[in-house]
Design a protein around this ligand. Structure first.
Ligand SMILES: NC(=O)C1=CN([C@@H]2O[C@H](COP(=O)(O)OP(=O)(O)OC[C@H]3O[C@@H](n4cnc5c(N)ncnc54)[C@H](O)[C@@H]3O)[C@@H](O)[C@H]2O)C=CC1
Ligand SMILES: O=C(O)[C@@H]1CCC=N1
Length: 276
């Protein structure tokens, strides 16, 4: 079997993983992507130099891309993923590793939609994968051999840090790292709005917020970085930052963040139930 990876449904998440893999040296000719619209397929082909097949031009696009691929990465919304799994089932080789990036879709639900014995890996990635700075959890299914798991981990490592977790922890992990980039962007949005309120031009304020959150992110990415130590290094005793952090604490920000993460995890459990 080839080393080809098929990205079935290539929107925000799958394109980010695809970009990370290419940046890490995967040959574009070892990648095929499927999408619905021809315009999007052209965009992916031009941006990444990969083959992209649109469903509106080739209704069998998902089966064609799956056939002969050693790994298929299902990247559609949770509500469509089991239909997609059933659709590609006739085209899968018995060793084709089926990877799902979908929130809330369980291994049991995926396995039930696929041929008996199909190797499955449930993952939870995040969009910094595009820069090779994602976090990707992997949880192997019933029929995934240790060799198949290693192969998938090696491939996905191009998109970031791969961590193996029991499936029971996926919703919690998703509430931190899966959704987490949005929390950081939300912080940047709130900081930009606060700057405008303090009288800064909007353009300047947006730039300050963006560069500051990005710069802090780079510091966090240094080996051994500790978020508390980095925060304390900015916070002079009796200085300005101390006042800001005290206001955040008074406003209950840590609890609000914990509430948000709990709500995200609870929503995942709710979707799992709805999918039956
Ligand atoms: N966006 C994110 O940060 C993260 C998303 N995920 C998961 O990734 C999955 C996709 O989410 P997004 O990328 O955000 O959504 P998206 O809407 O950007 O991407 C989905 C893509 O699949 C295409 N598509 C839908 N049905 C198709 C079909 N039958 N055949 C071919 N293409 C099809 C759509 O046209 C679209 O381009 C979801 O299951 C989500 O839970 C997981 C972690 C993070
Ligand atoms: O919002 C969502 O449902 C997906 C899963 C984690 C990040 N985005």
């Amino acid at each position: 079997m080839s080393n080809r990876i098929a990205f079935l449904g290539c929107g925000s998440m799958n394109e980010a993983i695809l970009g990370g893999l290419l940046a890490a040296g995967t040959d574009p000719s070892d990648i095929v992507a499927t999408v619905r619209r021809a315009e999007r397929a052209d965009e992916l082909a031009q941006r990444h130099g990969v083959m992209a097949i649109a469903g509106e031009e080739e209704p069998d696009n998902n089966k064609l891309a799956s056939k002969g691929s050693s790994m298929v990465i299902l990247g559609v919304k949770p509500v469509g993923i089991l239909d997609l799994a059933r659709e590609i089932s006739p085209a899968l080789g018995k060793d084709t590793i089926v990877v799902s990036v979908a929130a809330a879709v369980s291994i049991a639900q995926l396995e039930a939609a696929l041929p008996d014995g199909q190797p499955v890996i449930r993952t939870m990635p995040n969009t910094p994968a595009r820069l090779g700075r994602g976090v990707i959890s992997v949880s192997p299914g019933t029929h995934c051999t240790p060799e198949q798991l290693e192969k998938a981990k090696k491939a996905l490592a191009g998109a970031g840090t791969v961590v193996q977790i029991p499936e029971e922890q996926v919703d919690a992990l998703s509430a931190i790292s899966g959704s987490g980039p949005a929390y950081a962007f939300y912080l940047a949005e709130a900081m930009a709005a606060a700057g405008v309120e303090l009288g800064l031009d909007e353009e300047l304020s947006v730039m300050l917020a963006r560069e500051t959150v990005a710069g802090a992110g780079f510091m966090l990415a240094e080996p051994g970085a500790n978020p508390s130590a980095l925060r304390i290094a900015v916070t002079s005793p009796n200085g300005t930052t101390e006042r800001a952090i005290a206001a955040f604490d008074d406003g209950g920000i840590p609890k609000i963040i914990a509430d948000g993460a709990r709500a995200a995890a609870a929503r995942a459990a709710e979707i799992t139930k709805q999918l039956g």
